[in-house]
Design a protein around this ligand. Sequence first.
Ligand code: FES
Length: 647
Amino acid sequence: KNEPLVLFMPSGKRGRFPVGTPILDAARSLGVYVESVCGGRATCGRCQVSVQEGNFAKHKIVSSNDHISPFGPKEQRYASVRQLPDGRRLSCSAQILGDLVIDVPQDTVINAQVVRKAATDRVIERNAAVQLCYVEIDEPDMHKPLGDFDRMKAVLEKDWGWKDLLIAPHLIPQVQGILRKGNWTVTAAIHRDMDSSRPFIVGLWPGLKNEAYGVACDIGSTTIAMHLVSLLSGRIAASSGTSNPQIRFGEDLMSRVSYVMMNPDGREAMTKAVRDAVNDLIGKVCAEGEVDRHDILDLVFVGNPIMHHLFLGIDPTELGQAPFALAVSGALQYWAHEIDIEVNRGARIYMLPCIAGHVGADAAGATLSEGPHRQDNMMLLVDVGTNAEIVLGNKERVVAASSPTGPAFEGAEISSGQRAAPGAIERVRIDPETLEPRFRVIGVDKWSDEEGFAEAAAAVGVTGICGSAIIEVVAEMYLTGIISQDGVVDGAMAAKSPRIIPNGRTFSYLLHDGAQRITVTQNDIRAIQLAKSALYAGIKLLMEKQGVDHVDTIRFAGAFGSFIDPKYAMVLGLIPDCDLTEVKAVGNAAGTGALMALLNRGHRREIEQTVRKIEKIETALESKFQEHFVNAMAMPNKVDAFPKLAE
Ligand code: FES
């Protein structure tokens, strides 16, 4: 047929349409998501697109602005009153006259700003669970005694194609007032991802309401991180974080579980603490993004199983002991007010599913973000905390486990260890000849052997070593022969360098001799060996389950992963051999996954199905775990080769 060919970017969907078809209709019929609130009345401005001009030989399309209808009166009015950015058109008004390549603006590009050192910029296709629908309703008529709500519902169904609309009960008493205030025009927020599968009116405003927001939140045991996002444009209005106030009940997860077990009101207190913190953080992102918290209509949460349970008010005691039973593993939905989250009265909460007793909704979020289940390649995804969550797989099969790494990677259990904060050593190099160290300190923009370091460092102090530097210093000590393959500090080196100092029956390495003496002791090295062996043994078990002896790509999620240098991680044998260019830190991938589920409800189904299929491996029950653990104590490993490292 000779009808014009229209190609939509970036999705690449294409089709032929009769001359005169509104671009919005063409997009809809191809399943290209273009937002619309006013239902094509050229008033909301949400349906903007732009035309790409040029000869797209590959697609056999010559696209130009002449192939689109000129501004009609309504679009002209919108452009002059509300201003239309250069090159943008309202797709509900602009019609197809010839072949076109249409750009649908995708505002949610997650880039390095949002995700520290993100592997790639990524575009999330928008298909939010909440949609705003503007309608105009007939005034009541004594001859037609249908209720105001019922007439509104009928128009919503007719204009927007909804079927069997339900309404949140709290809105019913407000319907008449809102309709009259809006002079018989109203915008309804429709949630189309309810458990019931029937669309639900969750919000109502008089006249045209042109913005609705969502929140994606990762509840970590240390930090709570949040994005505030426009559900219509996908724009990130603000991102922020706060520390988890549950820390006062226990630093790590198990101590929080014990707190619940020991204190009759422990669970309630911790649930309240985390919900208060989430409410405060919502206040903070709203202030930053200049958004009214009552405009928040949809929220997505991820967290490890214990954070997940405590946030939802579930006793986590069962997670503290074998068989680590989750109260509920599937995805969950709530009204926000049911769990005391202070946003719009009709807002909904979606909680990602948990994978297993130690592999939570945070790992599900990271899986959704990095997508091992979408790969041909074998991808290893690790999130290192006191418990490492490990996911390994490809399109065919995905397996997951957790491994008890303990807190050493976070600087705990290390004699001079500390959290990553100003004053902490974050990078270390050791000269192979002299065994003299050079290092960098957080908050000081210089290496320790650079001019002006002493003055700059005096301001913040040199107070300890953070997790990334512990990995580096132990790896450097191994590379320079200060420690053997088994991790023993070679006392004979003391004759060669004053940096090797006796410490009881063992030896330490003196990293910094300032106001605070910072040494790496034999015990520190042991703690790192134990942690890295646990991680590696968990990974190795999963590799055996998959029947592979190497992985193609490695993704490090979480804060720890953002700071460590993959080369040093491999020198120590934390992770299996892999092409170094294929090892990437992906920042808070769990939070990115939450954002994806917020902006596109298709991702909710995707992760629900994926999690159901993931095979869970309980490391404690695997007889080979101990053997892998022992082999992994050596650097990088007693039995496994690291050919890529040698290259
Ligand atoms: Fe509202 Fe086009 S759909 S302006």
